[in-house]
Design a protein around this ligand. Structure first.
Ligand SMILES: Nc1nc2c(c(=O)[nH]1)N[C@H]1C(S)=C(S)[C@@H](COP(=O)(O)OP(=O)(O)OC[C@H]3O[C@@H](n4cnc5c(N)ncnc54)[C@H](O)[C@@H]3O)O[C@H]1N2
Ligand code: MOO
Length: 396
């Protein structure tokens, strides 16, 4: 049997980082930056007030309480400013430019809030409540480097440098297809021998959680020709295809039957539990990577986390490798088949120190998976883990 590590290595050697494209900022969330972003101007662009209050010369309020004439009113956005002379105050709002001559702002709470004159009750140091030009970013300074995942704050600073569009590696577009004659769309009634299709929902959501654009292309019955037609129709919008089901040893394995003759997809047994039957390769003129995951719901999800997620990261231009491991103490004994790496479902305590396996470790037990927040990894050569032992876990 092929090792988990060898299978992931083959996958990462095959998938390519997506080519950069220029996107409107509104569409850039979750993509990876493909250029250096710098600011054309200092940020803030001008000295401004950090508080609502009065711009003054600090020397004029050193002997507070003092009363000063208020010679101007500066809301944020004001362009033309009068310089203030000695003994004067100007009412100023947060974000408004500091007038020439002023060197400090007195918060309104330290005054009588007057409009013609103002009584300042406390002295302020020079620079009090003043935000200096360039304090956040100098003109020309790089604020984000290529390879940065664009989240809310990153999008904010790109907009904050005045950019409308940005070069990024896009979110991979991933089409998810379920196969199985027993599958019914949730919402429709269940007939004898049928189950509701859950994998396409799980996998599409997992794609989105991993930063891809997931499209649920629904279910295909057990006919290989119909499966190939469906796959062909989906390839135009796919950077990756994920299928679930139809890859093990049964009499009706449409995915295996349809793809084996192409010679570009390998079906293998990987030394893991769950998730042993795996298929991976490329399809279509554009050599679109395809993951044919096992149908058991827990198996397909675990396979996604171990193999598809790292591939999506590589395609997005992010560092890609096996999921990060954390160490915790397991609170009950575990068993694992010899020669396979087990990924048991567990609940990791909030502080990350201890982990409890969930009840129901079958690869069909989706409710048990839904109650878990981690996978407990038991190495290939280990068959029994005593309660209290240190184990490695993958957060999910
Ligand atoms: N004789 C053998 N039988 C099986 C082997 C084996 O080595 N020899 N491997 C087992 C393992 S391990 C797994 S995992 C499954 C994988 O089977 P398939 O990938 O061919 O998947 P199916 O047979 O289509 O389905 C398996 C199971 O999962 C349910 N399923 C499928 N799709 C969905 C879906 N979209 N939503 C919810 N549930 C789904 C399906 O009804 C089956 O119960 O094979 C074992 N058998
Ligand atoms: O190894 Mo299968 O993937 O669990 O039931």
């Amino acid at each position: 049997m092929k090792s988990v590590d060898a299978h992931l290595a083959d996958i990462l050697a095959t998938v390519r980082t997506l080519a950069p494209l220029e996107l409107e900022l509104e569409r850039a969330l979750g993509t990876t930056l493909a250029e250096e972003v710098s600011s054309p101007v200092p940020l803030p662009p001008f000295d401004n007030s950090a508080m609502d209050g009065y711009a003054v010369r600090s020397a004029d309020v050193a002997a507070a309480p003092v009363t000063l004439p208020v010679i101007d009113d500066i809301p944020a956005g004001s362009g033309e400013l009068r310089a203030i002379g000695p003994g004067h105050a100007v009412r100023i709002m947060t974000g408004a430019p500091l007038p020439a001559g002023a060197d400090a702002v007195v918060p309104v709470e330290w005054t009588d809030a007057g409009t013609a004159t103002v009584r300042v009750d406390r002295p302020v140091a020079e620079g009090n409540a003043v935000r200096r030009a360039g304090e956040d970013v100098q003109a020309g300074e790089v604020v984000l480097k290529p390879g940065t995942r664009i989240g809310a704050a990153q999008l904010g600073i790109i907009a904050g440098t005045g950019r409308r569009r940005v070069w990024v590696r896009p979110r991979p577009r991933v089409v998810v297809l379920s196969t199985g004659a027993e599958l019914v769309e949730p919402g429709a009634p269940l007939g004898a021998g049928q189950i509701w299709d859950s994998n396409s929902f799980t996998l599409t959501a997992a794609v989105r959680e991993a930063g891809g654009d997931g499209f649920r292309a629904g279910t295909v019955t057990d006919d290989p020709a119909v499966f190939l037609d469906q796959l062909d129709a989906q390839l135009v919008r796919a950077d990756v295809v994920i299928t679930s089901g139809g890859v093990s040893m049964g009499a009706y394995e449409p995915v295996k039957e349809a793809l084996t003759p192409l010679g570009t997809v390998r079906f293998e047994r990987v030394a893991m539990q769950p998730g042993m039957p795996q298929g991976f390769g490329v399809v279509g003129d554009d050599q679109v990577p395809i993951f044919t995951l096992p149908g058991n719901p827990v198996s397909s999800y675990v396979s996604f986390m171990l193999f598809v997620r790292p591939a999506l990261r590589k395609m997005s231009g992010l560092p890609a490798g096996p999921p990060p491991l954390h160490t915790a103490q397991v609170l009950s004994a575990l068993r694992s088949p010899e020669g396979k790496r087990s990924f048991l479902r567990g609940v990791l305590a909030d502080d990350g120190t201890v982990v409890t396996p969930v009840h129901g470790q079958g690869s069909h037990q989706l409710a048990a998976l839904a109650s878990a927040n981690c996978l407990i990894v038991v190495p290939e050569q280990v068959t029994e883990v005593p309660s209290g032992a240190a184990v490695q876990v993958i957060r999910i």
